[in-house]
Design a protein around this ligand. Structure first.
Ligand SMILES: Cc1cc2nc3c(=O)[nH]c(=O)nc-3n(C[C@H](O)[C@H](O)[C@H](O)COP(=O)(O)OP(=O)(O)OC[C@H]3O[C@@H](n4cnc5c(N)ncnc54)[C@H](O)[C@@H]3O)c2cc1C
Length: 415
């Protein structure tokens, strides 16, 4: 049997997980990434594995919240006003999809997809013997105002109806949760099913495993263009030469739409920039989201990672100090027992979340070509959904029945 050669553009969590399952299925896989593959969204993220995240970003109330945040330079959300046709179309679709009906349609799919991914992370531990500190400590949604607590409880009730295990905690119950660094909150919602990992450990170990399994990984190699023969995409040109393929997977995160533009395809995607930094863990045990500040707190070994902000400001990775400082301020407000040294802020890393306008990823074959596939648009859930996405991509490429209904992931849905 002649093995099918698959080329994957992008060595983030989506590209690597896809490579893993395709390699297992017998494809000859090459991953190409322009960086050293040690930085970016798949490395700096908060490491949450989130069955709790069943409400897509496009949901009722979000457009108004976004508008309000735009006028606060320290807010966790920022949309840089630009007169760009893509951004206008993206915003229009975001607005159109921010409905209750959309949430009800997406929630069961997101739940099933996240739960499958959580299960698959466990197979990486049990079968592949990878160690990335998978911790089943759940996720606390800490609220400092009654208004936010009410909103989060409503979301919690909705999650319960979808079958998730959710607890509602009073102020004193929140205080009892942590023994060393007591959070300052009026209450919290606790999602028992969530887990955390150390993302950079997962990424580096998976990379090694892939290489050992025969996957070619070409780092520091930028893809410049996609070439056609007789109307069919057949090879990539990179700064280091050409790469031939039978099938192509575009898993280039926020850059996926730029790559596709060359082929005349418009994928609605915005880059949602975020930041994170770490301190020595002063004793916080539970991962938490500081709800009013939209800031993530993640114990990672003896470190504690804080991450946040969602800046829709184009494809740039510059760091806005003011917003990093806002993450520090939020951390100190919710955990009065900790003080973060200003110098730590200089170590902040950044990453771009690939954000689709309806909050659902794009996974599948492009209808315009018989051999080009897309896997991107995971926004705040890429780390969580990496393994399930990889498995799904491999099933689609094999033409097998998929473990999940794929209609909501159709990459051509906004054509
Ligand atoms: C602060 C922060 C916190 C987050 N927290 C969480 C969390 O707790 N849980 C969660 O599930 N998700 C979280 N996320 C989101 C998650 O990190 C992303 O959804 C995920 O990493 C996206 O993965 P990706 O593989 O699609 O993209 P990326 O990781 O961006 O990878 C894409 C790759 O494509 C490469 N590439 C692009 N163009 C080219 C080209 N022309 N040639 C070659 N290579 C190219 C890039 O170099 C890059 O390495 C967070 C993100 C941020 C920023």
């Amino acid at each position: 049997m002649i093995k099918k050669e698959v080329c994957i553009i992008g060595g983030g969590v989506i590209g690597l997980c896809s490579a893993y399952y395709m390699n297992k299925a017998g494809f000859e896989v090459t991953v190409v990434d322009r960086t050293e593959m040690t930085s970016g969204a798949s490395y700096v993220n908060a490491g949450y594995i989130t069955p709790s995240h069943i409400i897509p970003l496009a949901s009722p109330g979000m457009p108004l919240k976004g508008l309000k945040f735009m006028f606060n330079p320290e807010s966790p959300f920022y949309l840089k006003p630009r007169f760009e046709r893509d951004l206008i179309r993206w915003s229009w679709e975001f607005l159109k999809n921010s409905t209750k009906k959309h949430v009800e349609r997406c929630a069961p799919v997101l739940k099933q997809f996240n739960e499958k991914s959580r299960e698959l992370y466990q197979t990486f531990i049990e079968q592949e013997k990878l160690d990335f500190s998978f911790s089943e400590s759940g996720l606390l949604m800490l609220c400092q105002t009654e208004k936010m607590l009410h909103e989060k409880k409503e979301a919690g009730e909705f999650a319960r109806k979808q079958g998730l295990k959710v607890d509602f905690l009073s102020q004193s119950e929140v205080k009892a949760f942590e023994s060393e660094v007591i959070p300052d909150a009026v209450g919290a919602v606790y999602y028992q099913t969530d887990a955390t990992i150390i993302p950079q450990n997962f990424m580096s170990q998976l990379k090694t495993r892939l290489k050992n399994n025969g996957v070619k990984i070409l780092s520091k190699t930028s893809v410049q263009s996609i070439h056609f023969q007789n109307g069919k995409p057949t090879f990539l040109s990179t700064e280091n030469g050409q790469l031939k393929f039978d099938a192509l997977l575009i898993a280039a995160g926020s850059w996926s739409s730029e790559i596709l533009k060359q082929t005349g395809i418009k994928l609605l995607l915005q880059a949602g920039k975020g930041y994170s930094f770490e301190i020595d863990n002063p004793g916080i045990k539970y991962p938490a989201i500081l709800c009013e500040a939209n800031t993530a707190v993640s114990p990672m070994g003896n470190k504690l990672r804080f991450g946040g902000t969602m800046e829709l400001a184009g494809l740039n990775q510059s760091i806005t100090k003011r917003r990093v400082r806002a993450i520090k301020a939020a951390a100190e407000r919710y955990y009065p027992g900790i003080q973060i040294n200003e110098a730590v802020l200089e170590t902040a890393g950044t990453g771009l979340r690939p954000v689709s306008p309806d909050g659902m990823p794009y996974i599948g074959k492009l209808k315009q070509f018989e051999n080009v596939y897309v896997a991107t648009g995971h926004a705040m859930m890429g780390m969580s959904l990496g393994p399930a996405t990889g498995l799904l991509v491999s099933e689609i490429l094999q033409g097998k029945e998929t473990f999940i209904e794929t209609k909501l992931f159709n990459p051509n849905r906004f054509d």
